[in-house]
Design a protein around this ligand. Structure first.
Ligand SMILES: [Zn+2]
Length: 358
């Protein structure tokens, strides 16, 4: 049913269209054209997401992938070597997540060709996943019929089903000290860089436990060597698959800042925002059963795994569409060594085909 050569050709066409986050217009247009050619009536929402519906029988299913890619991802020149697709080494390949998009298109092609009976399908291609799941967050899931979803946006071994992903808090901080001349009266100043440095040094960061991580990723402040700096900005994050642990980790980071600021007579403004919520599904959840059965039909043993990162599935699960991510076969994502075996991509398409057939 799945034609590997056709899937590869679709994938190569897609990766050649540049689509860094926020600039998905050209690839969205190409996808609208393809969906129309397949007899669907695709639409684009204000955020730029593309979605379409296909009638069928039984319980509706959502198929979803994201259109944007990470940097460096412009002017990708794919190279096929021994059945594996690579970039030319100067960019990512963009299999994350053009492989997911290509797999969905191939399943639609194959269904149309075979005239096979299938579930009603909702198809959603999102924008700006890589920059904080912005497309999925902006999408009105009230437009979907499906309450179960299969996302094609995981890497790793064939059979990987991501059933668990962390929640994330985004933490923005401004440390206010007091400016003074560094050579004349430094004793009258409060060095915001020193306060920030001590606070960061006092925080638990990195891998906290199996389910929890934390990072300070951006720091900026100060203007000249002869001025005691009065302002430092920090941006960081904490993630955990357990809400209680996320709260505890976030509190520790906040406490380190407040404690060090107080010790120096500085002040801190701390803004903690929920970037996305966690989800946990088990083999008893309908979508996990559906995908596991489909995998066994094509001879792949399901591997139910947690993820350390968020994806559109976090947003979809939070809005009531029970969604897992499955591996498309992509490897070394977010690097210039990113690659994907055509056979793995074709097998993922067979799995999706088995999910949608009735
Ligand atoms: Zn992705």
């Amino acid at each position: 049913m799945i034609v590997a050569d056709r899937l590869l050709a679709t994938f190569l066409d897609l990766v050649r269209i540049s689509s860094p986050s926020g600039q998905e217009g050209a690839v969205a247009q190409a996808l609208m054209d393809r969906l129309r050619a397949l007899g669907l009536a695709p639409q684009r929402d204000e955020a730029g997401n593309v979605w379409a519906m296909l009638d069928g029988q039984g319980e509706p299913l959502l198929l979803t992938a994201h259109m944007d890619t990470v940097s460096p991802g412009e002017n990708v020149r794919p190279v096929v070597r021994d059945g594996v697709v690579y970039s030319d080494g100067t960019t990512v390949l963009g299999a994350d997540d053009k492989s997911g998009v290509a797999i969905i298109l191939e399943v639609l092609e194959a269904l149309r060709e075979a005239g096979a009976a299938h579930r009603p399908l909702d198809v959603l291609f999102t924008v700006a996943e890589e920059t904080g799941l912005q497309g999925a967050k902006a999408f009105d899931t009230g437009r979907l019929r499906a309450r179960l979803g299969v996302g094609l946006d995981a890497h790793g071994e064939q059979g990987t089903i991501v059933v668990q992903a962390p929640a994330q808090n985004a933490i923005h901080v401004r440390v206010h000290g007091r400016m003074a001349h560094a050579g004349v009266n430094p004793q009258d100043g409060i060095n915001a860089i020193r306060v920030a440095a001590e606070a960061i040094a006092a925080m638990p960061l990195g891998r906290i436990d199996e389910e929890t991580t934390a990072n300070i990723g951006v720091i900026s402040g100060g203007t000249a060597t002869n001025i005691v700096p009065d302002l430092v900005s920090l941006r960081g994050e904490a993630r955990s698959r357990q809400e209680a642990k996320l709260d505890q980790q976030t509190r520790r980071m906040v406490a380190a800042l407040e404690e060090r600021a107080a010790a120096h007579g500085a002040t801190v403004e701390i803004d903690v925002r929920r970037a996305y919520s966690a989800f946990t599904l088990t083999e008893d959840d309908a979508v996990v059963g559906l995908v596991s059965d489909a995998m066994r039909t094509v001879g792949v043993e399901p591997l139910l795994l947690p993820s350390g990162g968020g994806s559109d599935a976090n947003v979809l699960n939070a809005s009531g569409v029970q969604t897992v991510q499955i591996s498309t076969g992509m490897e070394a994502v977010h690097t210039c060594d990113e690659h994907i075996a055509v056979a793995d991509m074709a097998q993922a398409a067979e799995i999706v085909g088995a999910c949608v057939r009735v």
